[in-house]
Design a protein around this ligand. Structure first.
Ligand code: DQA
Length: 141
């Protein structure tokens, strides 16, 4: 089982960035725990602050993994290209948002990703990534 986690802009600052909203754990420390919980899964991790690089990663992992867990961060609300990339690939994509985007500013309610994703996990903190792994493991059976 091979899964890719793709994080968008500013998620490299998790732990330092607005901890009241995103928590105080870095993604790296969380990712270590996630790997330990699922020794049967081979994880690839990619983070970028650049929209085109995220499209490139979706195109690459979209034909060579069993699932993608994607938090496109702010590009969720603006990027037609990321939505189109998800529609163009074979691998199922689970959209994850750490914060509850529906309880925040109006502009965060629009997602160019949700309609193209297998499903979305929103507002459950970093736990959302773990729930997405469970879903993708079950979906593969
Ligand atoms: C986010 C929510 C987005 O609105 C925001 O731009 C982010 C992170 C989340 O995980 O809650 O950068 O995707």
């Amino acid at each position: 089982m091979k899964l890719a986690i793709i994080n968008g802009p500013n998620l490299n600052l998790l732990g330092k960035r607005e901890p009241g909203i995103y928590g105080d754990a870095s993604f790296e420390s969380f990712f270590e725990q996630l790997r330990a919980k699922f020794p049967e899964v081979h994880f690839d991790y990619f983070q970028s602050n650049i929209e085109g690089e995220l499209v490139g990663a979706l195109q690459q992992y979209g034909f060579e993994t069993d699932g993608i867990i994607l938090n496109p961060a702010a590009y969720t609300h603006t990027s037609v290209a990321i939505g189109d990339a998800i529609a163009s690939i074979k691998t199922p994509v689970v959209e994850v948002h750490i914060s509850n985007v529906h309880a925040r500013e109006e502009f965060r309610k629009l997602s160019h990703v949700s309609a193209k994703a297998a499903g979305s996990i929103i507002g459950l903190g970093l736990k959302g990534y773990e729930l997405a792994v469970h879903y993708l493991l079950d979906a593969k059976k």
